[in-house]
Design a protein around this ligand. Structure first.
Ligand code: COA
Length: 333
């Protein structure tokens, strides 16, 4: 049984597998699921009972009351998330986050957690916040036309492609601003400096990589411009994906945030843009990349004067593709 804090100012709650003998708690799960059937769809009580029997229900409990649950399956090599549901009175307190983390911890030997969610549901915006990457879109089977997005939370296991030897001297993660310089429709004069990264003489020495956070950013930023979004996603598809363990990246992001707050007095958790930058760096460090190339001067000034290597457990650098000559670098972890 795992005990966690329920979020900002929240009270403690526990996360555990629901045993089929706990009929009273199972009834509460069924009631929660039925109340949310507008988004979750209706499932007969017998399906919940079978899930409890198969140990496929995780519940969050506070004072012996079910405040959230997840119903999942274990087909093939993955965890398939069928339901994630939190009592409306306990939402936005980190209950869903904790349930997903628990799934990742319990079944970390599997490749990751996969799910489908309608794009027009409120929860659509939550999945990237929980470390999921958008994999693809499929058509829903509902009478009214709908788009289902397939989401994946990576457990970071090596794949056949990722274990292939690299001869490059440096493996580098690209920030969105550099990626857009390389692949965006608009060509800014400053983009020349970013484009130098793709010079022929560097191939073999430099391996350019993109992280899941970059895909999330493309997804969000370009929504107002679907053509550009499509173009950038297509370009992103030409990069070899690297496995990034979402749980480790989350921990590193928290460590970085704490470290910068403590040593520089800067709160990098207060804006979505800063949180995204930290997530991006944490993913690069988790994937074992030692350089993060960005044009973001603010990010560099927050991090470059501070050695964070020990804090994040790996030595890495933040490098800047600047409009003025020499790149600047500093340790980030
Ligand atoms: C979706 C649901 C499970 C979220 O549960 P929750 O406990 O409130 O979520 P958390 O507090 O753990 O939030 C996790 C993250 O997602 C974000 N988030 C949660 N709900 C969100 C929403 N509706 N829209 C946008 N972001 C959301 C939170 O802000 C948080 O991000 P942050 O830590 O970066 O701030 C809950 O609203 C619910 O049960 N809805 C009905 C059932 C449903 O739609 N389930 C999903 C389909 S399977």
């Amino acid at each position: 049984m795992a005990t966690r804090n329920g979020g900002d100012g929240g009270r403690l709650f526990q996360v555990q597998v629901l045993a089929s003998s706990e009929g009273r708690l199972l009834d509460q799960v069924i009631a929660l699921g039925n109340n949310a059937s507008q988004t979750l769809g209706f499932l007969p009580a017998s399906v919940f009972r079978q899930a409890a029997h198969d140990q496929r229900l995780l519940v969050a409990l506070q004072d012996e009351r079910v405040i959230g649950y997840t119903f999942f399956g274990l087909p093939r090599q993955e965890v398939r998330l069928a339901h994630l549901c939190v009592d409306p009175a306990f939402r936005r307190q980190g209950v869903a986050r904790r349930l997903v983390q628990e799934l990742s911890e319990r079944y970390h030997d599997r490749i990751g957690i996969i799910l489908k969610c309608r794009e027009d549901y409120a929860a659509h915006k939550m999945w990237p916040r929980l470390g999921f990457q958008r994999v693809k879109e499929v058509r829903g089977r509902a009478k009214t036309p709908s788009t289902l997005v397939v989401w994946f939370r990576d457990h970071g296991h090596p794949t056949l492609v990722s274990v292939a030897e690299t001869n490059a001297l440096l493996r580098v993660a690209l920030d969105l601003n550099v990626f857009v310089d390389l692949h965006g429709a608009q060509s800014r004069p400053e983009a020349q400096e970013s484009k130098a990264l793709t010079a022929d003489w560097l191939s073999g020495q430099l391996e350019l990589r993109i992280m899941p956070e970059l895909l999330r950013e493309i997804d969000l930023l370009s929504r107002s411009n679907p053509t550009e979004r499509k173009r950038q996603l297509l370009a992103a598809g030409s990069y070899q994906p690297l496995p990034v363990d979402a749980s480790t990246a989350e921990k590193k992001a928290q460590q970085l945030t704490d470290y910068v707050r403590e040593h520089q007095g800067i709160d990098l958790s207060s804006t979505a843009a800063d949180r995204s930058d930290i997530q991006h760096l944490a993913e690069a460090a988790t994937a074992g990349l030692h350089y993060f190339v960005t044009r973001d001067e603010g990010l560099i000034s927050s991090l470059s004067s501070t050695s964070l290597a020990a804090n994040a457990g790996r030595s890495s650098c933040v490098a800047c593709v600047r409009s003025r000559p020499q790149p600047r670098s500093g340790n980030v972890g």
